[in-house]
Design a protein around this ligand. Structure first.
Ligand SMILES: [Zn+2]
Length: 235
């Protein structure tokens, strides 16, 4: 049986995919330190040394901030998209802007309050991919696909159970009343690219796990997509 286990550390969610003896970790939660990671492992009955692979959905610090300690504790290789790799390797913060009113409000608040994670640690990716990546060799029946829109390096883990882990392509930020499509982006005019990514996720998944909030149903995300298309006159 393939299981998705969601946990939250700080501002972000992290995940375990477990199938029999095989365990993969996806994203890191939003705080750095071995202790919070070991706590969630213990809570879910996972032996950290048994984790076979670490996956980062995209190159934003709130998704990889704890990958250094996770590499040290698990001994597992770290996988990310080739376009995400420089952010991890060099500890870069991406240039992002609000794609809609919510995103603009969040960026304005950050300009006043400062970044919620004030530093970007460096961590070395071991495996980089482009296109589609098959997780089967790691014991998990699933694949990673490219889903640009929130960032050029955004990806989603798609499972044959109809579940998906989508990073920030679909999210409910703290304080928001419901799920929304990515409210931040690194690419001007990327709405259509984002919509296409969301549609491909929805064609494969009925349950959508996100970096923030969730999980969401296909119906909830479909409604958010329709609202966004209507707002931009693309319905
Ligand atoms: Zn992000």
């Amino acid at each position: 049986m393939l299981e998705v286990i969601q946990y939250t550390i700080g501002m972000s969610n992290g995940f375990f995919l477990r199938s029999g003896e095989a365990v993969i970790a996806v994203d890191s939660g939003g705080e750095m330190g071995e202790a919070p990671f070991l706590d969630v492992c213990e809570k879910h009955g996972i032996d950290p040394r048994g984790i076979r692979l670490l996956v980062v959905t995209h190159g934003h610090v709130d998704h990889f901030v704890n990958m250094g300690p996770m590499k040290a504790v698990t001994g597992a290789p770290l996988l990310c998209h080739r376009l995400a790799a420089p952010f991890l390797r060099e500890g870069l913060r991406p240039v992002v802007f609000g794609r809609n009113e919510l995103g603009k409000a969040i960026m304005e608040r950050q300009a006043i309050e400062g970044d919620p994670i004030p530093f970007v640690p460096r961590v070395e990716p071991d495996i980089e991919f482009m296109g589609t990546y098959d997780l089967a060799p790691w014991g998990i029946d699933g694949k990673i696909i490219e889903t640009p829109g929130h960032s050029k390096c955004s990806t989603a883990v798609i499972l044959p159970t109809g579940e998906a882990i989508v990073g920030d392509t679909i999210a409910q930020p703290h304080g928001a009343s419901k799920v929304t499509l990515a409210f931040l982006t690194d690419t001007e005019g990327s709405d259509d690219v984002l919509f296409d990514s969301v549609e491909r996720i929805l064609s494969a998944a009925h349950t959508i796990y996100s970096g923030h909030g969730g999980p969401f149903t296909r119906e909830e995300v479909m409604e958010a997509l329709m609202e966004e298309k209507a707002r931009l006159g693309k319905a």
